[in-house]
Design a protein around this ligand. Structure first.
Ligand code: SAH
Length: 362
């Protein structure tokens, strides 16, 4: 007898039939991380011929500048040896490869760096292994990385944290839920009752007008607490780059991307990447409360310029004049305000006693 294989959508419908509608966070966690049908467990297609392309895969300039930033941070930290160089959600491995290449000229850095890649996805681990070989080790969670001073980087990592959504109704805030519609479809709906109190809603949004959508990332406080405990005990700093807003703003930012196009987030769970904008104001606030020093957020374009992307692009063009147009295009994609330059924000979270990090002055 052939075993009945249920798609993730069918299994979610089964859960909904049993327990009632689920939160957007529960849906997002299943669509991304379900061991059998989740996007990162199964598909995880990054790059030009995959579902989405990220800054490190657009141009080597991105990872090189992040590498210089890491080297500067390591010097700021007093050149600890060894130290943990941790990347959260390394995707194709391109960022860490470029960091390594760019830091070869920083005496002592590569010898001292113990590279740890924190990766959930088995197919992506394989890809990272092919890119980095024996120079890295892998961990499932930040908690599993050995103690000691650390530099942590995460590009498009925090946008994977599942979010809950709330909609302002006439009688208060109601949670947006995922339930069963007609013909086996998943549909959005609202909780039958409004929230008993507004404490869950980010403070700046509590009086938002009817129809406004508020989002929270329930796992963020525990993640920051974990990072803060580490950076405070052993020293170091973390750099996060993601799309999001410097201030807490209302709006539905849940998005599903497949083959470089936006698709309906409920259409085929596990077949598309699901992300949400990072609320950098809340991240900064939680991090300060956890005892970290916060620099930024600043726009990615501003940060890359402060670190010297214009000069780096010029040097690349000098080496390869035939690539002039390509390099100009890559530079614009990373920095232009109407491309990634403003939509993406950069924030630095530091343990105590470090000087201001590079790139955040303006
Ligand atoms: N940083 C890469 C990839 C971004 S995609 C780049 O910029 O190209 C998100 C990455 O985070 C993927 O590698 C994904 O598998 C990983 N990821 C998502 N959630 C994770 C989690 N909870 N723990 C570990 N890795 C995770």
């Amino acid at each position: 007898m052939t075993p009945v294989v249920h798609t993730l959508r069918e299994r979610l419908l089964g859960l909904i039939a049993q327990n009632g509608p689920m939160t957007v966070a529960q849906y997002m966690a299943a669509a991304l991380y379900d061991p059998l049908g989740g996007y990162y467990a199964r598909r995880a297609m990054l790059g030009a011929d995959g579902d989405f392309i990220t800054a490190p895969d657009i141009s080597q300039m991105f990872g090189e500048l992040v590498g210089l930033w890491c080297a500067q941070s390591w010097m700021d930290m007093g050149r600890p040896a060894p130290f943990q160089l941790v990347e959260l959600g390394p995707g194709s491995g391109a960022l860490m490869s470029d960091i390594r290449r760019a830091t070869r000229k920083a005496p002592g850095f590569c010898e001292a760096a113990q590279i740890v890649l924190v990766e959930f996805s088995a197919p992506l681990r394989e890809r990272q292994q092919a890119a980095l070989g024996d120079s890295a080790t892998w961990a499932a969670r930040l908690e599993d990385v050995a103690d000691g001073p650390a530099i942590v980087v995460g590009n498009e990592f925090l946008d994977c944290l599942p979010i809950r959504q709330f909609v302002r109704a006439p009688d208060g805030w109601r949670e947006r839920l995922v339930g069963a519609g007609d013909n086996g479809a998943l549909v959005f709906g609202l909780a039958l009752a409004p929230l008993a109190d507004d404490a869950l809603i980010p403070e700046p949004l509590r009086d938002a007008p009817e129809g406004a959508v508020a989002e929270i990332a329930p796992a963020l406080p525990a993640f920051v607490a974990q990072l803060a405990a580490r950076l405070r005990a052993h020293g170091g700093r973390a750099l996060f780059i993601d799309y999001g807003t410097p201030a807490t703003t209302a709006g539905d930012s849940l998005q599903a991307v497949r083959a470089h196009a936006k698709v309906d987030p409920l259409d085929a769970p596990g077949a598309a990447d699901l992300t949400a904008h990072v609320d950098f104001a809340t991240l900064a606030q939680i991090s300060r409360a956890a005892g970290l020093d916060v620099a930024g957020p600043v726009a990615q374009g501003v940060w890359l310029r402060a670190l010297g992307i214009d000069a780096r692009a010029q040097a690349l063009v000098q080496a390869r004049p035939d690539k002039d147009a390509t390099i100009a295009r890559q530079h614009a994609r990373l920095t232009a305000p109407d491309e990634m330059g403003e939509l993406f924000q950069v924030i630095c979270l530091s343990g105590p006693g470090l000087p201001p990090p590079a790139g955040f002055d303006s």
